[in-house]
Design a protein around this ligand. Structure first.
Ligand SMILES: [Zn+2]
Length: 371
């Protein structure tokens, strides 16, 4: 049922994206980058497809744990229950999000959300396909508290929807709520790769958790945020975006001679690598001063065709979301394959002919710096 709300909200998301685009065009005659924006939304659609086949299972597990082992009974007719679990969810979200940034295998799920080198409403839709599955164990204490599945699904959705409006550069600091609730300014910091901003502002709705656990940072006028990740993805492919970090970890696990490190590296802090592979296969360092955004040139026809291909997927994904419980599995898989093919073709058109290389100078090396 939750997916129905997602399907209903697609036109509103697109409307806000159009308004934001218009705002920047009016302000300084610039607009959202087509290649980046389409990839962000494509990543979101890949995630919706993946979750069509997995989210029901997670909710079933939560419901089972809550019904079988839940310690307390809650009155769903009471506003107290809903408000309490809204904030309890936000607390566990803070920790799930923090772990998603700081543990190697968890970062694999959350990384796609941070890959965009821009910051606008389309980034809010760029969600990691594996993120909710990897974060799910963090929410098990809520099930053990007896949180009804209906309440859990609702507060999860509200938390996600709240986070849409904070992904924009069009809104400056918001009076009164700045530092209390999550805002565009606070979340710009979270998406920034500047050293002073890395691993800050994990909160979903309230910033209290960041202040309590020492991860709060203000956006400083003297240091504009630079967006993206320090191991840039540099591709428009919305499918491989979800396995970019997995593939790096897997490669290191295969190449290291240390049997312990083959297992250990998945659970170590993000960016940790076995000593032998850092020598044999060093990663190119990230240089924030000289980094050039991934932005291959394509002609007007390629742009137009990519928009057509992307737009063609919208009615199909809406149909899948609305009819997911009525469609046979083969039909769902068939429609999912059509969508993935269109999105891949869209990315192929946007990459143009020339292959761009990563440009960075070797001086500014960061041993961690992944976010
Ligand atoms: Zn994050």
């Amino acid at each position: 049922m939750a997916d129905h709300y997602v399907a209903f909200s697609i036109p509103f998301f697109l409307l806000f994206i159009a308004l934001e685009s218009f705002y920047f065009w009016r302000k300084n005659r610039t607009s959202l980058r087509l290649n980046d924006s389409l990839t962000n939304m494509s990543c979101g659609i890949v995630t919706l497809i993946f979750e069509l086949f997995t989210k029901g299972g997670l909710f079933l597990i939560f419901a089972f744990l809550s019904n079988r082992f839940g310690l307390f009974e809650w009155n769903m007719g009471s506003a107290f229950t809903w408000i309490l679990f809204f904030f309890v969810y936000d607390f566990f979200y803070y920790w799930g999000h923090r772990l998603s940034h700081t543990v190697n295998f968890m970062w694999s799920g959350h990384l796609p959300h941070h890959q965009s080198e821009e910051y606008n409403f389309t980034v809010a839709l760029r969600q990691g396909a594996f993120q909710d599955t990897l974060m799910f164990p963090v929410f098990i204490p809520m099930a053990l508290m007896g949180c009804p599945i209906e309440v859990f699904a609702t507060v999860l959705l509200l938390n996600k929807f709240f986070q849409f409006w904070i992904h924009t550069r069009a809104i400056g600091r918001v009076p009164v709520i700045e530092g209390i609730l999550n805002t565009p300014s606070a979340h710009r910091v979270h998406h920034a790769v500047n050293t002073r901003y890395v691993d800050k502002n994990y909160g979903g709705v309230v910033m209290f958790w960041d202040k309590l656990f020492g991860t709060w940072s203000e956006e400083k006028a003297e240091e504009p945020c630079v967006y993206g990740v320090r191991k840039p993805y540099r591709s428009w492919d919305p499918i491989s975006a979800h396995v970019d970090w997995w593939s790096r970890l897997w490669k290191d696990a295969v190449n290291t001679q240390s049997c312990t490190d083959k297992i250990k590296l998945w659970f170590m802090p993000t960016g940790w690598r076995p000593a032998d592979v850092t020598k044999s296969d060093p990663w190119q360092p990230y240089d924030i001063e000289n980094y050039k955004k991934y932005d291959p040139e394509v002609n007007l026809w390629q742009k137009a065709a990519s928009v057509v291909l992307f737009t063609a997927t919208l009615p199909i994904i809406s149909h899948l979301l609305f009819e997911q419980f009525n469609l046979p599995l083969w039909k769902k898989m068939g429609l999912a394959a059509v969508i993935l093919f269109c999105l891949y073709a869209c990315a192929y058109l946007l990459k143009g002919r020339k292959r761009q290389t990563f440009e960075a100078t070797p001086e500014a090396s960061e041993s961690k710096g992944i976010s």
